[in-house]
Design a protein around this ligand. Structure first.
Ligand code: NAD
Ligand code: DAU
Length: 351
């Protein structure tokens, strides 16, 4: 079995669903269930012996030691983090605690557990750290895309905390020999994303007739990847990634934010026309995010060359699937908006 941290969040839960469906291997899912954790997403695995959920904090060393000793995973896939840049600007403390101290604690627990393994179990053990392209900082309009050798230059409390965690992971390999691999991925989108991030926020606000807040001039560029393509890339790196290496993951799909907002409005005009008129009427330019990075772009040649991974969705197909998913799942969206999703543990996971 594998241990997944943060498996009730957006990418982690997509990964757990995808992992169980594609490999059948069991998952021990450790998640603190902050506002971003939502067990309703994993409803289809309730009662499935291949999914064990534990509510807990990656900063809790005793909990980690106990789980590793009891479940003896062959790998750790580490998603747990505070992930939203805007929240990191308003309250950086939790980002330092979870992303840096939490990764440190998990590395130390993993090192203790791995040191006690021998033979094939020791050789085969992996610690996969899920990170972000934001650690590289910002690009000018004509700069080449980020390669794995691009210098780190994080600009937000979020990206600085992720950069620190990447450095810890690297050091635990070089100093202690812990068998790690790190992935640095671009912006994900898809089903089950909390509507604080650009794409789901625009969809749910439009459907509610609320403003679509575009930061600054809307010409900031991100490189978008459909979430299940990210999950497949992580599986490929876990299986074949070289120890101590980092792998950039991206969709070769750079787009200014305002174009995304227009694309969402067009799709909604088509799929769910509003009697009040074109959704474009809701676009509202608002004050820019402080320190806003202008452009990210990922060069994903290394993972393609070494591991044969390629994204399977284009932005057009992925965005369409995403919008259709939000339209078809009003209960999930409603429970997130009302806060009812937080009652899920009490209702379904306590005896
Ligand atoms: P998310 O915010 O949706 O989910 C994070 C999960 O971690 C939540 O379920 C939360 O409850 C859990 N968590 C938070 N603090 C914890 C703690 N102390 N102990 C245990 N669990 C804790 O995040 P996401 O968008 O799914 O991102 C997952 C990972 O992927 C993060 O490490 C993020 O940096 C990275 N990443 C995200 C993106 C993206 O576009 N969303 C892109 C590249 C990399
Ligand atoms: O690049 C990978 C990163 O992508 C991940 O590491 C982060 O965890 C993830 O949150 C995401 O960070 P961003 O800041 O790029 O994502 P966000 O969805 O918050 O914003 C995307 C862009 O849209 C960004 O330029 C800010 C802008 N934006 C965002 C929101 C929420 C708006 O213009 N209006 C908004 O309301």
């Amino acid at each position: 079995m594998i241990l997944v941290t943060g498996g009730a969040g957006f990418i982690g839960s997509n990964f757990v669903l995808d992992w169980v469906a594609s490999t059948g291997e069991a998952v021990l899912n450790l998640d603190k269930l902050t506002y971003a954790g939502n067990l309703e997403t994993l409803e289809s695995l309730a009662g499935d012996a291949r999914h064990t959920f534990v509510q807990g904090d990656i900063v809790d060393r005793a909990l980690l030691d106990g789980l590793l000793a009891a479940h003896r995973p062959r790998a750790i896939v580490h998603f747990a983090a505070e992930s939203h840049v805007d929240r990191s600007i308003h309250g950086p403390g939790e980002f330092v605690r979870t992303n840096i101290e939490g990764t440190f604690t998990l590395l130390e627990a993993a090192r203790g557990y791995w040191s006690g393994l021998d033979g094939a179990a020791r050789d085969g053990f992996r610690f996969l750290h899920v990170s972000t392209d934001e650690v590289y900082g910002t690009l000018g309009a004509k700069d080449a895309a980020f390669t794995e050798d691009h210098p780190y230059a994080p600009n937000s409390p979020y990206s600085a905390s992720k950069a620190a965690s990447d450095h810890l992971v690297r050091a635990w390999h070089h100093t202690y020999g812990l068998p790690v691999v790190t992935t640095n991925c671009s912006n994900n989108y898809g089903p089950y994303q909390f509507p604080e991030k650009l794409i789901p926020l625009m969809i749910v606000n439009a459907l509610a007739g609320k403003g679509l807040p575009v930061y600054g001039d809307g010409m900031q560029v991100r490189d978008w990847l459909y979430v299940t393509d990210h999950c497949a890339a992580i599986r490929a790196v876990l299986e074949g990634g070289r120890l101590g290496e980092t792998y950039n993951i991206g969709g070769w799909n750079e787009m200014p934010n305002i174009n995304i907002v227009h694309a969402i409005c067009r799709a909604l005009n088509d799929l769910r026309p509003d009697a009040a008129g074109d959704y474009e009427r809701l676009v509202t330019y608002v004050t820019d995010r402080p320190g806003h990075d202008r452009r990210y772009a990922i060069d994903a040649s290394k993972i393609e060359r070494e591991l044969g991974w390629r994204p399977s969705e284009t932005f057009e197909t992925g965005l369409r699937k995403t919008i259709e998913w939000y339209l078809s799942n009003p209960q999930w969206v409603g429970n997130v908006q009302s806060g009812a999703y937080r009652e899920w543990v009490a209702k379904h996971y306590t005896s």
